[in-house]
Design a protein around this ligand. Structure first.
Ligand code: KG4
Ligand code: ZN
Length: 341
């Protein structure tokens, strides 16, 4: 008989956050523990994969135990163990995956491998308990930039994607170029608040095939070119204006294409997901444009946008409801595609 209440333990270790969470029926979060490695990687100016793997090994048991105890549960109370198996850094993924397999196997729990990007999208089911597919989703993280039409749980149609850098990656690179350091996104956002977004007009990639794809490498080169020219001429650089103008260029591109995607698919709801969805300028611009066009815009709170175990638990729950479980011989897949199993 199908259970009314399904308790999922979600585990995430695909990049630089070791995270675990207990979620009921894919929507109600009982605990959400995130151990960030940001301080460790900051001195290297970015995530060092080998260091990330070692830190995950140090933290994984503590994080999972805390997630269970914060939820007032033991492993016996869990029905399903869900874990990210891709995409991400292979060494980092393996730590969470092997841990989750061991736990699920030894405690005789259902085991489900989750696609990290689908996890990000699922954060919206937690924030908006009434939300059901279909809807349009903009996924913007450090490694991925997608406009996806989510037709049903676990069913995705990619409408647009980046042809080079991800949006978060562009933020990180520009932050480094203007001397803000890692992690770039939040730092660019912070200095942008004091800058003029219209000070410098940076170009946007234009595709001639009506595609809703993105490209951020040209924008990145334009910013670097601007900085170099200024330096060569010994002119002052206003970092705040550069950051604000760059941020506006990225956000306008993301918002315009997502709104066009809604028009094409005749959809009136957009869910935003991924680390860059924490960006307040993006959130505001999306809301403003949505309002003008009669499109409802949903963005989870920042703690659900960054990498976390709750979104993985939520995605695992909806897989479980579809009757999909995962075999214990599954491997980590660093370049796992959206919708691929
Ligand atoms: O989803 P996420 O936590 O990890 C990945 O799956 O990649 O996203 C991390 C990315 C980083 O590139 C980071 O700079 C960016 O999200 N990010 C932001 C902000 N907060 C995080 N980008 C712009 N504005 C922010 N406030
Ligand atoms: Zn992520």
């Amino acid at each position: 008989m199908e259970k009314d209440i399904v308790v999922v333990l979600g585990i995430e270790s695909s990049c630089d956050e070791t995270a675990a969470s207990v979620v009921i029926n894919g929507r109600k979060v009982l605990s959400n523990v995130i151990s960030s490695q940001i301080d460790v990687h900051t001195k290297f100016g970015g995530v060092v994969p080998e260091v990330a793997s070692r830190k995950h090994i140090e933290n994984i048991s503590l994080v999972v135990e805390k997630a269970l105890s914060d939820a007032n549960m033991t492993i016996e109370d869990i029905d399903v163990v869900g874990v990210t198996y891709g995409p991400g850094l292979v060494g980092a993924l393996l730590v969470g995956l092997q841990y989750a397999k061991g736990l699920a196997y030894s405690a005789h729990k259902t085991f489900i491998g989750v696609n990290h990007i689908e996890g990000h999208i699922s954060a919206n089911f937690i924030e908006y308990p009434e939300l059901e597919p279909p809807f349009m989703c903009l996924v913007v993280s450090g490694g991925h930039t997608f406009i996806v039409y989510m037709k049903d749980y676990g069913e995705f149609e990619v409408i647009g994607q980046t042809r080079d850098d991800a949006a978060g990656e562009a933020f990180d690179k520009i932050a480094r170029a203007i001397g803000l350091g890692y992690p770039g996104g939040p730092k660019v956002e912070k200095v942008s608040k004091e800058g003029n977004p219209d000070a410098i007009k940076f170009p946007r990639a234009n595709f001639h095939d009506n595609s809703l794809d993105f490209s951020f490498s040209g924008l990145k080169s334009a910013v670097l070119g601007y900085l170099n020219t200024k330096k060569m001429k010994n002119e002052n650089i206003n970092e705040k204006d550069v950051a604000a103008s760059f941020q506006k260029a990225v956000v306008d591109f993301l918002v315009d294409n997502t709104m066009k995607a809604c028009k094409i698919k005749n959809v009136d709801r957009i869910a935003v997901a991924g680390g860059v969805a924490s960006n307040s300028f993006l959130r505001e611009k999306m809301m403003q444009e949505g309002k003008k066009l009669g499109i409802k815009v949903m963005v989870p709170r920042p703690i659900l946008c960054t990498d976390n175990g709750a979104m993985i638990a939520s995605a695992a729950y909806f897989e479980y409801k579809k009757g999909r479980t995962t075999s214990f011989d599954i491997n980590a897949i660093p370049n796992l595609k959206l919708g691929e199993r």
